[in-house]
Design a protein. Sequence first.
Length: 76
Amino acid sequence: MLRVALSIKAGRLLPSAILRRLGTYSRKNRLYFAFRELGRAIRTAWRVAVASLTPARYAAHPALAATMPVMMVCQG
């Protein structure tokens, strides 16, 4: 994944080429699996962070209070 990011930054690889490759949902594509697992890890970390917020913190931050229903649905 780091190699892909560096290649895109250097201009040797177009982001559209990666998206085309990842859009096939191939079970043999290791890059697809790597990015899928990264997404799962980020989603889990986000859910843990949201679960640790207390209602007092929601009251202190109006933006968090506005997204609270969405966060509760995402927690499952």
